[in-house]
Design a protein around this ligand. Structure first.
Ligand code: F6P
Length: 320
């Protein structure tokens, strides 16, 4: 292997730049050439490919977003698009690609691997919804950002003795909501994996806690459940307690990555290049049970994951 490419695909996540930097610098230290493929698979099909040297990744480890930009590509989902992508890699002398993104991006990596381009996937998403790994690049920064925002909402919520519903991202997964719910001491945590749509139970608990003298009621609601504004209206109508909804939104996707995201993303970037140097392909790097590991992409995509039941039950006890 002489030349590798690196791309980011799907939603951006803080720490992606640290991973890109590690890929570039590890590759250069291993005597490889590196090319940056901009705008994910979509940029690959447009041959938006740039040379990367050690300096091109200077001053980015602390920056959120991705300097390579990111996109979602419909064309690359077709077999013609995948053939074209592999041919473009060959044309540019790229014989290995590090793909940083979520499950959808790994499917793209798998298609390139099937066409003779060695690929390694790195889990990059704030949602933590990749089954083969306990850690994804960006999750730590996103939960810290959301946690700080919820603390702020709590201040004003307490002053006004209100109920507040705060909606966090996560697509169909409730990891951000569960972690913030615990870290922020929320009274209720609503996650799609467990929600029973029993709003009356929430209403009863708000009324009950108010009677016990609670000055606020914080509900962390996952995006996968949504309807926070509707929920706020219904709760206010049923309880007579002023209720506000806040959707934190894309703030959770940006910002300077935490130490953990910089560290783990750097390690994963390095490991990806080491794997390519060993001739590995069609693998995803993960972090499980305290160790960095790698799996066949198909095997990784077939894995299932659920929120930790102990943490979920614990959150209920701690919120009493
Ligand atoms: O996957 C990351 C994520 O931020 C999800 O939490 C959210 O559902 C989605 O991306 C939002 O996507 P977009 O930025 O395209 O609106």
């Amino acid at each position: 292997i002489k030349t590798i490419g690196v791309l980011t695909s799907g939603g951006d996540a803080p720490g992606m730049n640290a991973a890109i930097r590690a890929v570039v610098r590890t590759a250069l230290a291993s005597g490889l050439n590196v090319k940056g493929i901009r705008r994910g698979f979509s940029g690959l099909l447009e041959e938006d490919i740039v040379e990367m040297d050690a300096k091109s990744v200077s001053d980015i480890i602390q920056r959120g977003g991705t300097v390579l930009y990111t996109a979602r590509s419909k064309e690359f989902m077709t077999s013609e698009g995948q053939d074209k992508g592999a041919a473009i890699c060959r044309k540019h002398g790229i014989d290995g690609v590090v793909v940083i993104g979520g499950d959808g991006s790994f499917q793209g990596a798998e298609k390139l691997a099937a066409r003779g381009i060695n690929t390694i996937g790195l889990p990059g998403t704030i949602d933590l919804d990749i089954a083969c790994t306990d850690y994804t690049i960006g999750f730590d920064t996103a939960v810290n950002t959301a946690m700080e925002a919820i603390d702020k909402v709590r201040d004003t919520s307490t002053s006004h003795e209100r109920c507040s519903i705060i909606e966090v991202m996560g697509r169909n997964a409730g990891y951000i909501a569960l972690w913030c719910g615990i870290a922020n001491g929320a009274e209720d945590i609503l996650i799609p994996e467990r929600y029973d749509h029993n709003e009356q139970r929430i209403i009863d608990s708000i009324v009950q806690r108010k009677k016990l003298g609670k000055k606020h009621h914080i509900i962390v609601n996952a995006e996968g459940i949504g309807d926070s504004y509707g929920m706020a209206k219904r709760i206010e109508a049923a309880t007579g307690i002023e209720t506000r909804a806040t959707i934190i939104g894309h703030i959770q996707r940006g910002g300077s990555p935490t130490c953990m995201d910089r560290m783990y993303a750097s390690a994963m970037g390095s490991i990806a290049v080491d794997l390519l140097c060993k001739g590995a392909s069609n693998r995803v790097v993960g972090y499980r049970d305290g160790k960095f590991v790698d799996y066949d992409i198909e095997e990784a995509l077939a894995m299932k994951k659920d929120v930790d039941q102990y943490l979920y039950d614990m959150a209920k006890k701690l919120s009493q």
